[in-house]
Design a protein around this ligand. Structure first.
Ligand SMILES: Cc1cc2nc3c(=O)[nH]c(=O)nc-3n(C[C@H](O)[C@H](O)[C@H](O)COP(=O)(O)O)c2cc1C
Length: 324
């Protein structure tokens, strides 16, 4: 159980908010959304919050499989507890296969890599494997062609400009990037990454609200590989699918030595998200990823289990969701 909880904690999350809580229950793990950590400005619906929590769910599933137990997953198992996103209990024993072992081993070394990538394209078999990883979790991973990449970059630049100009965005960004020393959440300065010297790749500027910080520029790859992860439909079940698919894609990428960085500004603005989605066919864009080969990057901190593991409710009478 400890291995599964540590694995869940290692998941990526929007602005490293780590919006999850864990509970040991009925021999398994409950994973809850902690809505106090929702980003009100860029994520009013809690879409990216649930994607983040679901990434933690996937990690816990993979860790349980890696430990030799087939996980039994129930999503939103209790209508009376809407913040209880998943209950994962160990099912039958089964020796993990090499794929599971590789994915489990990648959980601790996966990072968001905001550095420039090399000009090397991703080999077709790797793209196929990443697409299959998303499909296995019920999502679609589409690799943008040249025109698609230009369009997604243009929409991301537009959304990025809107966000930068919004004082509420800057205030929210400050809350998650100006950590007092010793803080175990938020994005630390060593993980910010440089800005593109040609202003083509709109990397999210985590140093925007830190005037004293020297913000580096760098030359980024001229033809970036962008993929869009989409789900059929939108809403909390689709977001939980998207988060698990995202994390299965990210772990598969890590196994193959592929660096990855979400770049989601355009999906946080309704107008640009609509233009990237294919709503006529009920397909909703959930995450945009930049993929490639780059130098290793620094780890971001995680909250200890002492903060995220909450006590089992003592009786049905005091069962409730996370206090707000
Ligand atoms: C839904 C979602 C959206 C994200 N969007 C961005 C983004 O736009 N730009 C970025 O640099 N990182 C983005 N990230 C990555 C997080 O900032 C990162 O996961 C977090 O800081 C923890 O760092 P780690 O992934 O290296 O463990 C996103 C992550 C998630 C789950």
């Amino acid at each position: 159980m400890r291995i599964c909880l540590e694995a869940a904690s290692a998941a990526p999350s929007i602005h490293n908010t780590q919006p999850w809580l864990f509970r040991l229950r009925d021999g398994g793990i409950d994973i809850l959304a902690d809505r106090r950590r929702r980003l009100e400005v860029i994520d009013p619906q809690g879409r990216e919050l649930l994607i983040s929590v679901a990434a933690a769910v996937l990690n816990a599933r993979v860790a349980m499989l890696g430990c030799g137990w087939v996980p039994i997953l129930r999503v939103f198992p209790n209508a009376a507890q809407p913040d209880l996103v998943a209950r994962i209990t160990p099912g039958p024993a089964a020796a993990p296969d090499p794929t599971v072992r590789a994915l489990a081993a990648a959980i601790g070394r996966r990072r968001t890599n905001r550095r420039p990538f090399s000009d090397l394209p991703l080999p077709d078999p790797v793209v196929t494997e990443l697409t299959a990883a998303a499909a296995a979790e019920g999502a679609v991973l589409a690799t943008a062609d040249t025109a698609g990449t230009e369009a997604v970059l243009a929409l991301t630049r537009t959304a990025d400009e809107w966000q930068r100009a919004d004082p509420a965005y800057r205030e929210e960004l400050a809350a998650w990037t100006l950590p007092p020393r010793g803080r175990s959440d938020g994005v630390p300065a060593q993980a910010f990454g440089p800005q593109d010297e040609r202003d083509t790749l709109p990397m999210r500027d985590f140093g925007l609200v830190q005037p004293d910080l020297h913000r580096r520029n760098a030359r980024f790859e001229p033809d970036p590989t962008l993929v869009v992860l989409s789900t059929e439909g939108d809403g909390r079940l689709a977001w939980v699918r998207a988060g698990q698919a995202l994390q299965r894609v990210l772990l598969t990428a890590a196994v193959r030595g592929v660096a990855a960085a979400p770049m989601t500004q355009a999906l946080e603005e309704p107008l640009t998200r609509q233009l990237i989605s294919d709503q006529a066919h009920n397909q909703y864009a959930q995450v945009i990823l930049r993929l490639g080969y780059g130098r290793a990057t620094a780890a971001s901190p995680r909250r200890p289990l002492a903060e995220t593991l909450i006590a089992e409710p003592r009786s049905a009478a005091c069962r409730s969701d996370v206090p707000s």
